[in-house]
Design a protein around this ligand. Structure first.
Ligand code: LHQ
Length: 255
C-alpha cells in the first residue's frame, strides 16, 4: 500500500508509504492519496487530516523512473486534483514533513494548512535541475508565501532550503526537533479536532478567496462566510462557553 490511513479519535493520519524511494509519487499513489482525502471528508467523525511520510523522506516528488512516455500534462491531470482537494477540504490539514520534500513533494506540503517540519528536513524546488517548472501549485504558493525574490531564487536555483530557514521565511509554520515532530503534529491534530470545524473550513475558504480578491470584494466574502459561521452550533457554544467562563465543547457539526 503506497498510502496508509490510520483512523484516530477525531482525525486521520495519512502516510505516504514508498520509503525506499523517499515516497516519490506515482500516478497510482497520487490517486490513492486523493481517495484517502475524499474518504476523510466523507467521514463525519474525521475533523482533521494529518499528512506525513514513512521513512527518512517526506516525498521526493514525481518518481522519475515511472514517468513513462505519456505527456507530462497527463501526469498532472492526476496530481492537480490532489492539490485542489487539499485546499478545498473542509477540514484543517496538518503536514508533518519528516524529511526531504522535493519537487511536487515540496508543493504537496505547501498545499496543506499547517506545515511542521523536522529540523533535518529540507524543501527543494528540484524542478529546475531537470528542466521543468515548479508544478503542483509551486508557482502560485511560493511567491505568496515568501515573496517574489525568494520564490525566484528557490525555483531557479533548486537549492535545498533547510526547515529552520523555511520557517523563518514564512514558507511553513514551524521547524521542530526531529524526535518531537510526530508528537507535536499529533498534538496539533488532536487539538484542532476539538475546535469549531465548520469555522475552520470557512476560514480556509476565506483565506483562499483573499489570494485573488481586492479588499472590497473580500469584505463581502467575509460578511457572507461569517454569516454561515454564525449559524453553526459551535458559534453559539463558543459564545455560551465564554460567558459561562468554561472551555467550549465544540461538535464540529454544521447544524
Ligand atoms: C527517487 C526519486 C525520484 C525516483 C529519490 N524518483 N527515485 C514531474 C514530472 C511529471 C509530471 C508531474 O510533475 C513532476 C514534478 C516533479 O516532482 S519533478 C521533480 C522530481 N523530483 C526530483 O527531481 C528529486 C529527485 N531526488 C533527489 O534529488 C534526491 O533524491 C533528494 C534531494 C530528494 C534526496 O537526496 P538523498 O537524501 O541523497 O537521497 P537519494 O538521492 O540517495 O535517494 C534515495 C533513493 O530514492 C535513491 O534510490 P537508490 O536505489 O539509489 O537507493 C533515489 O534514486 C530514489 N529517489 N527521489 N524523484
Amino acid at each position: 500500500m503506497t498510502v496508509l490511513v490510520e483512523r484516530r479519535a477525531g482525525y486521520r493520519v495519512i502516510t505516504l508509504n514508498r520509503p525506499e524511494r523517499l515516497n516519490a509519487l506515482t500516478v497510482d499513489m497520487g490517486d490513492a492519496l486523493l481517495a484517502a482525502l475524499a474518504d476523510a471528508e466523507a467521514d463525519g467523525a474525521c475533523r482533521v487530516v494529518l499528512l506525513t511520510g514513512a521513512g527518512r523522506g517526506f516525498c521526493a516528488g514525481q518518481d522519475l523512473a515511472a514517468v513513462g512516455d505519456a505527456p507530462l500534462s497527463d501526469l498532472l491531470e492526476h496530481y492537480n486534483p490532489l492539490i485542489r482537494k487539499l485546499r478545498a477540504l473542509p477540514l484543517p490539514v496538518v503536514c508533518a514533513v519528516n524529511g526531504v520534500a522535493a519537487g511536487a513533494g515540496a508543493n504537496l506540503a505547501l498545499a496543506c494548512d499547517i506545515v511542521l517540519a523536522a529540523r533535518s528536513a529540507s524543501f527543494v524546488q528540484a524542478f529546475a535541475r531537470i528542466g521543468l517548472i515548479p508544478d503542483c501549485g509551486g508557482t502560485w504558493f511560493l511567491p505568496r508565501l515568501v515573496g517574489s525574490a525568494r520564490a525566484r531564487g528557490l525555483a531557479m536555483l533548486a537549492e535545498p532550503l533547510p526547515a529552520e530557514n523555511a520557517a523563518e521565511w514564512g514558507l511553513i509554520w514551524q521547524a521542530v526537533d526531529d524526535d518531537k515532530l510526530i508528537g507535536e503534529a499529533v498534538a496539533l491534530a488532536a487539538r484542532l479536532a476539538t475546535q469549531a470545524t465548520q469555522g475552520l473550513a470557512l476560514t480556509k475558504r476565506a483565506l483562499d478567496a483573499a489570494e485573488t480578491n481586492d479588499l472590497d470584494t473580500q469584505l463581502d466574502v467575509e460578511r457572507d462566510l461569517q454569516a454561515e459561521a454564525g449559524r453553526t452550533p459551535d458559534y453559539a457554544e463558543g459564545v455560551r462557553a465564554f460567558l459561562e467562563k468554561r472551555p467550549a465543547a465544540f461538535t464540529g457539526r454544521s447544524r
